[in-house]
Design a binder for this molecule. Sequence first.
Ligand code: MTE
Ligand code: MOS
Length: 761
Amino acid sequence: MNQIGAPFTVHQSIAHESAARHVSGNAIYIDDTKQPEGLLHGWVITSTRAHARLVSVDLSAVAAAPGVACVITMHDIPGENDAAPILSGEPLLADGVVTYAGEAIAVVAAASLAQARDAAGLAKIIYEDLPAILSIDAAIAAESYVLAPMVMQRGDVDAAMAAAPMRLKGEAHAGGQDHFYLETQIAQAEPGEDGAMHVLSSTQHPTEVQHIVARLLGRPLAAITVEVRRMGGGFGGKESHASLIAGMAALCANKTKRPVKLRLVRDADMVITGKRHDVQTRFEVGYDEDGRILAMEMEIALRCGNVADLSGPVLTRALCHADNAYWLPAVRVRGLPAKTNTVSNTAFRGFGGPQGVISIEAVITHVAAALGKTRDEIRRVNYYAPGRDVTPYGQHIGADNLPRVLDELEALIAGRREAVAAFNAGSSIVKKGFAVMPVKFGISFNLPTLNQAGALVHVYTDGSVHLNHGGTEMGQGLYVKIAQVVAEGFSIGLEHVHVSATRTDKVPNTSATAASSGTDINGMAALAAVNVIKGRMAEVAALRLEAPVEDVVFNRNRIYAGNRSMSFPELAHACWAERVSLSSTGFYKTPEIHFDQASMTGNPFYYFSHGAAAVEAAIDTLTGEARILSAHIVQDCGSSLNPAVDIGQVEGAFVQGLGWVMMEELVWDAQGALKTHAPSTYKIPTARDVPPVFVTKLLENAPNAKPTIFRSKAVGEPPFMLAIGCFLAVQEAVASAAGWDAALRLRAPCTPEAVLRALRK
Ligand code: MTE
Ligand code: MOS
C-alpha cells in the first residue's frame, strides 16, 4: 500500500469549508437552527454588587410575569451547584453570597426573549454589601489568591544579581480584553427520554459542557449529548465559560421539560463572562555593558477574578513565556493569581503567553533605554543560541527557526528604519516609531493529559467519506484542514470528504479545541482512522486486482496495482461486498511531553513556533492618537497544511493583538461594575485599523523537525503576540517625541489618553 506523486490536498490554499456560507449568510449558527416546538428563551438575573450577602431573593413577581415558564435558583439544581472546569467550588448560581457584579443569581425562561427580559427586571434582591477587592494591588495586599502563588526558578538568582555590573527595576502593565466573538454565548438544551439531555452549545469544549451539565443535573455522562457545528468565534472565551450558559439552559429545560435557548445579548455577555487577565509585572534585572541579561527576578500578577476557572494553567503559561526568545541564565519568576471581586478571567488567545511576553519585552526595553542602545541590539546578545538553549523550566529549545525568521523579516523591511528616522528629523507634531517583535511560543497543552484526540471516519459504498473528530470549528479553519488530511490520506478529492458537527456521542472524552493544537492532534487522530480503513481496503484491492498488497497504490481517486486499477468508489463497494468494515476510530496522543507543576520543570511543549513582526506606528503628540502604518510579518507554520487559512490566522491574530495593546480598554467603576459593556464604549479594531501596508509571509521550506501532521506547525495563537510590536512601535514614537523616560511610562492599551499621559507625565 503506497501513495505516489505530489501532495494532492494538503499544502494547498483551499478556502475555509464554510467560506461561501459565511459570506452569503447561509452558515447555520445555533440561533439560526429551526426552533423546536415549545421553545423557551432564557435570561440571566445577575448581581449588581461586587461582593455582598444575599439577604433576600424575591422572585415571585418574576414567576408570575406573562409568558414565564420557570425561574430557577441554586435550589433548583438536582445535582451539584458547581461549574468549575478544573477545581471545585465554583457555583453556577449564587449560593448565599455574590462575588462579582454580573454573577448569575437566577435564570428565567419564558415564551419569548422579550418576556424573559421584562420578567427578569421584576426580581427583588436585597443585598448586604461586603468589602470588595477590585484591583491586583488590593488582592496582593490582602494576599487574596485563587490558587497558591507559583515560582519558576533556575540558578542562583540572588548571587547573579549581586554580581551583575548593572541592575535596574521596572514594571509592565497590560489591560484585559473582551473576546468580542461575533456570536455571543449561546446554548439550546432539549430534554429527551429517560432524563437524557441534548445540548447545542457554542463551545470550544463539548466534553466539558457534557461534564458540567451532567454534574448539575446529577445524571451520568452518557445521558448528556453535546453538539456544535460551528461557533461565530471563540478565541478562548468559549473554552470553559460556554458550560455556564449550557448549564443554565439545561437546568431550565430539566425543570420545564421543554427545550430552552439561552443566548446572551452583547451587554450581558460582556458583563457575565470572563476576559483576558490583565497583568501587572514588577522586575529587577542584572546585566552587563552589552545588555546581556545575567539575572532576572520577576513577579507576574494576573487578575483572575472571583474564582480559579482556568487561571492556574493561564498563569503557568505566562511563566513559561516570560523568557520569550531569550536565554536567562539565572531567573526567578513568581506568579501571583490575584483573586478579586470581578468577573472570572479565562482563556484568551495566547492563554497567558501574551502577558509573559509583554513582560520580558519591557525588560528588554528598560535595558536598551538604560544603555542608550536599540532593543534589537539588546535582543541580539540575549537570543537563545547553541549552548544557551534551555528554557527556565528546563526544556531544550530544539529546532530554532527564529534566526531564519528574523533574516527574512530584515529583507522585507530594508530601508524602513532609516525612513522613519528621516521622517522624525523633519516632523515635530507627528512622530513615528519602528519596532521589531520576535515571538517564540510553545505548542501543546501545559497539562500533558490534555494532549489527546479522537476521530471517527466512515467510507460509504459510493466512495464518499464521513468525517468526525473531537475538534471544534470557531472560524479558524480546523474542519477544512482535517478534511484535507483525510482526503490526502485516501488520495481522493476534497469534495468527497464530508465534515460533520462535533458531538460527544461520536467522539467521546475530548479535549478543548485550544492551545492552537486542534489540527496537530485531531489531524493525527483522523489520519490514524484513515490508515486503519485504508489497510483493510488495500487487502480487498489486492484481491480484486490480483496483485500483492504491497503493490497497491492509492493515487488521485484511483487504486493501482501492476497494470490494473479501479476507482475509489469501486473499491469501497467491493469492500462492502467482501464484508470488510469501512469504518474506524482513530486516536492520537502527543509524544515526549511532561511537566511537573510543583517544580515547574519539564518538557511541556512538543515544539516551538516562531515568528517576527516589524511594525511602523505614528503618533499625534497633540491628541495622543496612534496609528499603525505598516506591519511586516514572517511566521513559521512548518509545511503549512493550508497557506491561505494560515495567513488568515496570522493576520487575524495580529489585528486582534493590535486591539489588545492599542485600543480595547475595560473600565470598571469604583463599585466594581463594568462600564464598557457594548461597542459604544469598548472599541475593537475595524477594517480602518488594519495597517495599510500589511505583508505576511510564511517561512518557506521549513518542515517541522517533529513528525507532526504533514510536518505542519500550529498557528492559532502565536501570531497574536506579534502585535506587541504595535505597542513597542508606539513607544518608540513617544521616545522620539519626549525621550525614553516618557516612553517607559506608557502602558498598554496605548489609547490616546495613555499616550498623552506618557508624553505629559
Ligand atoms: N480564529 C478564528 N477565526 N476564531 C477563533 O475563535 N480562536 C483562536 C485561534 N484562531 C479563533 C481563531 C484560539 S484562542 C485558538 S486556541 C485556536 O484558534 C484554536 O484552534 P486550533 O487549535 O484549531 O488552531
Ligand atoms: Mo485558545 S485561548 O487556547 O482557546
